[in-house]
Design a protein. Sequence first.
Length: 191
Amino acid sequence: MKSHGMVRLRELMAEGISAATVARMAQAGTVVRLARGLYQLADAPVDSHHTLAQAAKLVPRGVVCLASALAFHELTDQLPAKVWVALGAKERRPAFAYPPVRFVRFADEQLTAEVRRHVVDGVQVPIFNAAKTVVDVFRYRRTVGVNLALEGLREALRQKKATPAAISRLAQKAKVWSVMEPYVMALTADG
């Protein structure tokens, strides 16, 4: 558990540790039950993006996106109340109470493009890169808000976490370049 951070019960069982042993460890305070079937050591260090790691373990085919990805890339001051997770169009939505998750459906080609894996609390967390995140926030601007989309774009360009060319290329693929172009032009104009 030290090397993996958070561990699913089925992963422990695959290593030969029974559910009864895990229950005893939780009762003794050695491990903490984070969610149904998800455990970590009681003294494990906790990252500021701890809920992203939990969501990644509970939704293994999901990708952290939109407001959560903006916050991870430090492109917004807002802390989302829920972890935003992208799922494939036909993917089953898992049911769990914590962490609170907001699911968004992405087409398969959008779900697999520009995904980077970051280690958070010992867990590999798939998160869209900064340029794709900014484009996706514009795609879902009616859901997350135009102000958040503009803030993300402005910060991505200011912090040089995404180039105008990369944003343009991804926006054209996602068919939102006509919406984004005036903002990108205004933010990159010499003046």
